[in-house]
Design a protein around this ligand. Structure first.
Ligand code: DHE
Length: 508
């Protein structure tokens, strides 16, 4: 049975036609146009609500989609359709949104420009913070993916300064300007949001793509680069108000186009580096070293340099000097080290699982620099000597892990057990003996994951990754719990100092 939708029509003041009362089989595309398109877009590209395309929904299971349509989403504008549609109609919709659309959606420069919204032009808000804290460089941004919000915390008192709604499904680390005043967020739906921490305001937004991976901010704070899966493009923005500078189609030397796995900033090289999923190349884009201040003119041409790689390189770890990239070999067996100065592969790494290189960290051990990498399909942390890329050891863990963290001032490295029956555990590794010295289970049955230290490495934050979750803070040396704050599936946490200083124990 199909019934008319009254809810959104009334809500948004839009006239919605009354549909014929009877249909044998639910027609999901008709249901979609009638009930969903007004918020999720006529072509499923998103609007007030997120895009409903298979790739954009990779974080959602079909039965969860049924629940969301039936019950709505708390703290969002998604209403419950359980009263309005019957179960067969909801099931048909929940299945249909996971099917590829007949016409591949497109996102052009005109679409990017049309989406651009500047709420407070650069330079128009006061320069003094509207709140008082001891240390502006010791603030934390915490992303809560349970209800798509972000919290700003005082990293000395562990108090929440504010909590504000984010775009749907933020992914990748938010990126700060070098002075720590502004932070940029990227959503899987392609939105780039600029937030003024001092004024607690979103200042500008733009939608760079339909399915975006992440964003990077140049080390001089002047430019933002977004990497997309759909369309196959890089989008370069002026960091001041997110004005579009250029869209760069990603087409390889062999003529194939490629999804962008991720974009990174390489400060010593004055460049962005892009990891590409479908072509064996690494792209480097140098940003201009000078910009005429207060002027719209960009000096320089953002020269694109293509490096041919011996294999696909699509999950990166950089050395501290940003000369070497460690990438996973396709198929998840083994790794490789690529020298960006010489543009050659210099080593193969015996990585047996599926290494999560983006989560790797580094520290000094007996005068040598080492890197440690968790695996997402194997209970193991692999430790390599970065002077000759030899394997030092594989540390056995209780299960596959996702994130690793440490701090220059901490004797410990932390790795979670993200997958499997013991996902509520988190290991503490002694950085000198390379032994697990403690395994904590802060909340039995709930995933404990993703650690971030305060700027001094004395206290750390840990997520209890659950819709009824917590943020815990612990003494980084005694491992004693110091407090907890309820949060909705807190995921990543980002300390201003650690991020802007490219601290060795955190991801960049
Ligand atoms: Fe992430 C960072 C890739 C799934 C949460 N993730 C990153 C980065 C990459 C990446 C390349 C580094 C970019 C950056 O920080 O700017 N992630 C991938 C994948 O390929 C993968 C496995 C599959 C996918 O669907 O994209 C994946 N990631 C996830 C999740 O399922 C997680 C756990 C939950 C979520 O939000 O989707 C997740 N990824 C994160 C987080 C970071 C991240 C919290 C930032 C970590 C940091 O400390 O900097």
């Amino acid at each position: 049975m199909i019934r008319p939708s009254l809810l959104f029509g009334a809500l948004l003041g839009v006239a919605i036609p009354v549909l014929p009362a009877v249909a044998d089989e639910p027609d999901p595309s008709m249901l979609y146009n009638h009930h969903c398109a007004i918020c999720h877009g006529v072509s499923r590209l998103g609007g007030i609500g997120p895009a409903l395309l298979p790739d954009n929904l990779s974080r959602l299971k079909q039965d969860e989609a049924f629940e969301v349509i039936h019950d709505g989403r708390i703290a969002t504008q998604m209403p419950a359709y359980g009263e309005l549609l019957d179960e067969a109609e909801i099931a048909a919709l929940a299945e249909w949104i996971f099917e590829a659309p007949e016409v591949e959606p497109s996102w052009t420069e005109e679409d990017i420009l049309a989406s651009h919204d500047v709420r407070h032009a650069y330079g128009t808000l006061p320069d003094e913070p509207v709140f008082e804290v001891e240390d502006l460089k010791n603030l934390f941004i915490v992303v809560e993916i349970g209800d798509h919000h972000v919290s700003l915390l005082d990293g000395d008192k562990f108090e929440r300064i504010t909590r504000f709604p984010s775009r749907y499904a933020l992914h990748g680390g938010p990126k700060y300007t070098p002075d720590g005043r502004y932070v940029y967020f990227g959503s899987r739906d392609g939105w780039v949001t600029k937030y003024d921490i001092y004024n607690l305001e979103v200042t500008a937004e733009v939608r760079a793509g339909i399915n975006m991976r992440n964003i990077a901010v140049s080390a001089d704070g002047n430019y933002v680069l977004a990497g997309n899966y759909l369309p196959h493009s890089l989008v370069l923005l002026d960091a001041r108000d997110l004005d579009l500078i250029a869209t760069i189609p990603v087409e390889g030397l062999n003529g194939d186009t490629s999804r962008v796995s991720a974009v990174y900033t390489a400060p010593p090289r004055n460049s962005f580096v892009a990891a590409l999923r479908d072509i064996p190349e690494v792209w480097e884009i140098r940003w201009p070293e000078e910009r005429a201040d207060g002027d719209e003119t960009i000096v320089g041409d953002f020269a694109l340099h293509r490096m041919e790689a011996p294999d696909y390189l699509d999950d990166f770890f950089f050395d501290m000097e940003y000369r070497y990239i460690v990438g996973a070999a396709r198929g998840g067996q083994g790794g490789q080290v690529f020298d960006m100065d010489e543009e050659v592969k210099v080593a193969d790494l015996p990585l047996e699982g599926m290494p999560h290189l983006g989560a790797g960290i580094t520290w000094e051990l007996d005068g040598r620099r080492v890197m440690a990498i968790p695996h997402i399909d194997k209970g193991q942390v692999s430790v390599f000597d970065m002077t000759d890329w030899s394997l030092i050891t594989h540390i056995e863990t209780d299960g596959p892990g996702f994130f690793m963290r440490s701090h220059e001032n901490s004797p410990y490295a932390w790795v979670d057990v993200f997958f499997g029956p013991t996902h509520d555990r988190i290991h503490v590794i002694d950085k000198q003996s390379l032994e697990i010295v403690e395994t904590l289970t802060p909340e039995p049955g709930k995933t404990a994951a993703h650690v971030e230290f305060d700027r001094r490495g004395e206290t750390l934050l840990l997520s209890i990754w659950d819709d009824d979750g917590y943020l815990l803070w612990l003494d980084a040396n005694t491992l004693e719990e110091l407090g907890r704050m309820p949060m909705k599936r807190p995921s990543g946490k980002y300390n201003v100092w650690n991020k802007t200083q490219y601290e060795e124990g955190t991801s960049h």
